[in-house]
Write a protein that binds this ligand. Structure first.
Ligand code: TRP
Length: 361
């Protein structure tokens, strides 16, 4: 069987450059390499509702926002199917049958679920929908017979749990579902892009993000307030690279062309770093350079986003068509699943079977 790629995001907020480095950039690369049979990206709105059920407007508002983020970074709807989870009913149906194959104890042991229960303060009042979201994610993956699932490291327990369901299903009902391999970010740096304040991961709740949709002015303001080295006060002072966000982001974004274009006095990042460490290189200069480097990428995103914002009906049709294609594939799998379990009552074979069974002669 060929390669089927599936991944997804919860539409709980606009995406930032941490998402770009950690996953979107790789999706565009996979898309452009073209080494796959089908490529699906799911807007996991139903999953997002499992811990935002009281705030559905937030999810609704962010669906289009996230699609615009995808399109702006260069996800090509001709090559990739973008679809909305809640509009693919087969996923909900599959979830219901898969729930029989997982114990509550096993779900409670899932490390990602465990830490989220703590973070959300659910403790002894865990909504059962929330506890079951890994089962629903198994449905997302298996409905498309995806064998390649690009995700962040935090999602590894989900893929493991999905594969347990695959194997349990196949051993009870016969070989229908397909084992999925996770693909994780190539470096720990890419997996955990820190915020502009130098603290933990870039995250909306910490207000330390550079969003893919930020204006040029916002990017400049954020770069200028970025955490560098608090002891690097005068230009002549030697500066520290470790924990210095300007160098962290340069590491992730800079190319040799950027030096030629914006900072021809230096050949590469190593030269820039050693000058900074030696002393004599000011923060404003490296920040201006980082701003140019980021803008080189982000301005391209902005141009695409502007096009799609001005053609919002096209965006609507992209997800409508993507969802239609997703339904076709997922319904096909659901049919196989139901046949395997023996709950395909309105297939002709069932009529033949009962006719034979109840015929008197
Ligand atoms: N749980 C994923 C996240 O929070 C989103 C997601 C939902 C997903 N369904 C998926 C990812 C299927 C990969 C495959 O980021």
């Amino acid at each position: 069987m060929g390669k089927i790629i599936l991944t997804g995001d919860r539409p709980t907020g606009k995406l930032h450059i941490g998402h770009y480095i950690g996953s979107l950039r790789n999706r565009v690369k996979l898309q452009d390499e073209g080494d796959y049979d089908k490529f699906f990206i799911e807007i996991a709105d139903a999953q997002a509702l499992t811990d935002n059920f009281a705030n559905p407007k937030k999810i609704r508002d962010n669906v289009i926002e996230v699609v615009l983020d995808y399109l702006s970074v260069g996800i090509d709807p001709k090559k990739v199917n973008i679809f909305i989870q809640s509009e693919v009913p087969a996923l909900t149906e599959l979830t219901f049958y898969y729930m029989n194959l997982v114990t509550v104890a096993r779900l409670m042991r899932n490390p990602t679920v465990k830490s989220e229960i703590g973070l959300r303060g659910f403790e002894n009042n865990i909504p059962s929908g929330f506890l079951n979201y890994p089962v629903s994610q198994a449905a997302d993956i298996t409905a498309f017979k995806a064998n390649c699932v690009p995700v962040g490291n935090d999602q590894l327990p989900m893929i493991e749990q999905a594969n347990e369901i695959v194997h349990r299903f196949n051993s009870i009902y016969g070989d229908v579902l397909v084992h999925a391999d996770a693909i994780v970010p190539e470096s720990s740096m890419a997996a955990r892009v820190p915020g502009i304040d130098g603290k933990a991961k870039m995250s909306k709740s910490l207000d330390n993000c550079i969003y893919l949709s930020d204006s040029s002015e916002e990017v400049k303001r954020k770069v200028m307030m970025m955490y560098t080295d608090p002891n690097h006060i005068k230009v002549e002072d030697p500066g520290k690279i470790e924990g210095n966000m300007v160098f962290t982001y340069l590491e992730l974004f800079v190319t040799p062309e950027h030096f030629k274009k914006f900072l021809p006095d230096y050949q590469n990042l190593d030269e820039l770093k050693s000058h900074y460490q030696r002393g004599g290189l000011g923060d404003v200069k490296i920040k201006r350079f980082l701003y140019d480097v980021l803008e080189d990428t982000l301005s391209e995103f902005r141009t695409r986003r502007k096009y799609y914002e001005e053609h919002i009906e096209e965006v609507y049709n992209i997800i409508k068509d993507g969802t239609k294609a997703a339904n076709e594939t997922a319904n096909e799998t659901l049919k196989e699943v139901k046949r395997a379990i023996g709950i395909d009552y309105f297939d002709d074979s069932f009529l033949n079977e009962i006719t034979k069974q109840y015929s008197r002669d």
